[in-house]
Design a protein around this ligand. Structure first.
Ligand SMILES: Nc1ncnc2c1ncn2[C@@H]1O[C@H](COP(=O)(O)OP(=O)(O)OP(=O)(O)O)[C@@H](O)[C@H]1O
Ligand SMILES: [Mg+2]
Ligand SMILES: [Zn+2]
Length: 423
């Protein structure tokens, strides 16, 4: 990038990585927070200036006045620890390796790009266990001899950054199944009862209460030849998605304000948590969205507009809500921090802790050292990429890995551990 600059170009990078920021000539920081609470330019200037900024959250993480702390204690791996044991993994570049994955804790799989992480975890581990435990995996499973330990698990979940729904009809509250209860709350108002309106009338997915011109989407899609479709607000309902008769029905919120269903869909999740205080079932589910750091998104925000990281956290919220007691699930994440700020990373780490507290296991493929330093156990692959990779380089606690000379992860981790402990 610097060579590009040095021969006369301009380079503009959207980035969370501190090493990149350190090298930049100029930094523009947006925020202060996300969504509704963001959208302002917080800071512009050099790296040395941003670390002194009182306003910039980024600057505070860079200077160390805010930080992601290392856990006080790591969950130890002992003879009694339940484990998944992979033997003879040799798909792609993997060198016939045996890997033990301890359960009930936070495990990071690390290594340079192309070292074999996704092959081991996604193609071999996930594929094989999915077929054994749920019998629902039809893709090819990566070459290996055996995997044991599935008896310790009831389920397996891969939480990726793919959209939560392909249509604009799904949104965060439909996904976490809070919308059914919201519709019932509206149907339960005296006004609705008097007019014989049922919960179905408050749906935008079926005919009855929704605006039929836009079929409850609030927008009209105009297909253009040779160009992207044009999306216009529906003239009939003015983007409100429902018929007037439905919009007249109002629900009184905990803040005393009366809102119709369209206005409820327009609230942020945090506003809705307060609004629905008198409806514990709804409040509880919305609260989980807030816990994963999504308080700022709109209740009815279309799934197609959520970012990868936001989609991933909505999925996480779903699992945190519906995870059955005593059901042990292995959660797999492949680079979940892509696109996340330090501030978001700290929230994600708290969610991992919640999952583990409930008896689940978390395996994360990750390059982000802020996450790796918090792991209970690291499995480091490499040492290089492609043919020079595919070996198990080291495994152990972050402290142990940081002492392994041939591990790149260890080398970088050593600095991060030292830095975090110093501040
Ligand atoms: N379908 C495939 N066919 C042939 N080679 C493959 C295939 N998929 C991956 N590889 C090779 O196997 C090696 C390991 O790839 P893998 O995707 O597991 O790496 P990774 O550690 O997950 O990297 P990254 O951090 O970039 O995601 C790489 O050299 C890659 O080029
Ligand atoms: Mg990968
Ligand atoms: Zn309409």
């Amino acid at each position: 990038m610097k060579s590009l600059r040095d021969i006369g170009n301009s380079v503009l990078v959207v980035e969370h990585d501190s090493d990149m920021m350190k090298e930049a000539d100029e930094i523009v920081d947006m925020g202060p927070f996300a969504g509704e609470k963001g959208g302002e330019k917080i800071f512009q200037g050099t790296y040395d200036e941003i670390i002194k900024s009182k306003e910039s959250l980024t600057g505070k993480y860079l200077s160390g006045s805010l930080k992601i702390s290392i856990p006080k204690a790591r969950r130890p791996v002992t003879d009694k620890t339940e484990m998944i044991v992979i033997k003879g993994a040799r798909e792609n570049n993997l060198k016939d390796i045996n890997v033990k994955i301890p359960l009930g804790m936070f495990v990071c799989v690390t290594g340079v790009s192309g070292s074999g992480k996704s092959t081991l975890i996604n193609n071999i581990l996930f594929g094989d266990l999915k077929r054994k435990i749920e019998g629902t995996y039809n893709e090819k499973i990566g070459d290996h001899d055996s995997i044991s330990g599935q008896k310790y698990l009831n389920a397996l979940e891969m939480i990726d950054q793919n959209p939560i729904g392909k249509t604009s009809r799904s949104n965060p509250v439909t996904y976490i199944k809070a919308f059914d209860s919201i519709r019932e709350a509206f149907a339960g108002t005296p006004q609705a009862v008097k007019k014989n309106l049922y919960s179905g009338h408050f749906s935008f997915n079926v005919s009855g209460g929704r605006c039929e011109t836009c079929e409850g989407t609030g927008v009209i899609n105009i297909e253009m030849q040779f160009m992207a479709d044009i999306v216009l607000e529906c003239e009939e309902c003015k983007g409100k998605r429902y018929r007037d008769e439905i919009l007249e029905i109002k629900l009184k919120g905990n803040d005393g304000v009366r809102k119709n269903i369209s206005e409820v869909l327009d609230m942020t999740v945090s506003e809705a948590v307060i609004f629905f205080k008198a409806f514990p079932k709804i409040e509880k589910k919305l609260k989980v969205l807030e816990d994963v750091g999504l308080g700022y998104i709109r209740v009815g925000q279309s799934a197609t507009t959520l970012s990868g990281g936001e989609s991933q956290r909505v999925k996480l919220a779903y699992h945190l809500t519906f995870q059955e007691k005593g059901k042990k699930t292995l959660f797999i994440f492949d680079e979940p921090t892509t696109g996340l700020h330090y501030y978001d990373v700290s929230k994600l780490l708290k969610c991992f802790e919640e999952l583990i507290k409930k008896g689940n296991s978390v395996v994360v493929i990750e390059h982000n050292l802020e996450v790796i330093k918090c792991a209970d156990h690291i499995i480091d692959l490499g040492p290089e990429s492609g043919d020079e990779g595919g070996y198990l380089v080291a495994q152990g606690t972050p402290e142990e890995i940081s002492e392994v000379k041939k591990s790149y992860t260890g080398k970088f981790l050593k600095n991060v551990l030292k830095r975090t402990k110093a501040i």
